[in-house]
Design a protein around this ligand. Structure first.
Ligand code: DGL
Length: 274
């Protein structure tokens, strides 16, 4: 875990452990992290923000991504979050280093958190990482894995259409299957294929038509445990689940429909303008 993470928490607040853990992503992708965290920590309160108005993040500039992330962090400050999970690889790659010390809560970025676990695959020397164009361009995964395993070869490949396939509920469309096939076949020979965008696990069943399921790695499995262990170590675990609230910046019904594969929302997410 990066040493520079600081807890800038208001320790005088006696109810700190009841404050919510907040998640964000450009859309429904972050739910692949959220549902695992919630299973591990059922006694927490939760917030989730899907920035659907600005999706897809993978095609945005650094400046745009910094603006979106800053607004979302400020929104979570107002909501009194005790920790924020960057359930989005793109913002972790592009904005985390610049924003990490600016807010009054602990921040968990997905890429920086999971690279050690990915480097630890015993005997695995060739890893493919499929991600958004912005994440691939940043080389955050190859640089991060190299820190722990300099001999591992990491090949990063962009899958620009996949996020839209998920958000527009086109997973079973024959054109989408061809789109997935065209990308996944380029990395079929690798020992492991990391799904380095939180939207991609929605496409796992389609990928498994072309590569063995054992090759596919969803980093959120490691990420959820890392978050739980760190909150525990920091004395920040909650003791009671009272609420969870979902927010989007546009199209609440679309979010609810697209999310169904990973998480059934009881009601429509709340529409907010940041
Ligand atoms: N799900 C996000 C990620 O992990 C963002 C995808 C996008 O909006 O391009 O990178």
């Amino acid at each position: 875990m990066p040493k520079e993470w600081k807890i800038i928490l208001n320790n005088t607040n006696k109810n700190i452990n009841l404050r919510p853990i907040a998640f964000f992503d450009s859309g429904v992708g972050g739910l692949t992290v959220f549902e695992k965290v919630k299973k591990l920590m059922p006694h927490e309160n939760y917030l989730y923000f899907g920035d659907t108005k600005n999706m897809p993040y993978g095609e945005k500039t650094e400046e745009q991504l910094l603006t979106f992330a800053d607004k979302i962090f400020k929104f979570f400050e107002k909501q009194n979050a005790k920790a924020v999970v960057m359930a989005c690889n793109t913002t972790s790659a592009i904005t985390y280093e610049k924003l990490k010390n600016r807010y009054g809560f602990k921040i968990y970025p997905i890429i920086q958190s999971v690279c050690k676990s990915l480097a630890d695959f015993s005997g695995v020397k060739h890893i493919a990482v499929i991600a958004t164009p912005a994440t691939v361009k940043s080389h955050a995964y190859s640089a991060g894995i190299k820190i722990y395993s300099p001999e591992t070869k990491v090949f990063e490949l962009a899958a620009p259409e996949w996020v839209k396939i998920v958000e527009e509920h086109r997973i079973d469309d024959p054109k989408s299957v061809i789109e997935v096939k065209n990308i996944i076949e380029q990395v079929a020979e690798y020992d492991k294929i990391v799904l380095a965008c939180t939207h991609y696990p929605y496409l796992s069943k389609v990928m498994e038509k072309f590569v063995p399921a054992e090759k596919l790695v969803d980093p959120s499995v490691y990420f959820a445990r890392i978050i739980r262990d760190d909150l525990d170590k920091s004395g920040l675990l909650g003791s009671k689940h009272d609420y969870e609230r979902f927010f989007v910046s546009s199209s609440p019904q679309n979010f609810k429909t697209a999310s169904e594969m990973f998480y059934q929302l009881e009601r429509l997410p709340e529409l907010v303008e940041l």
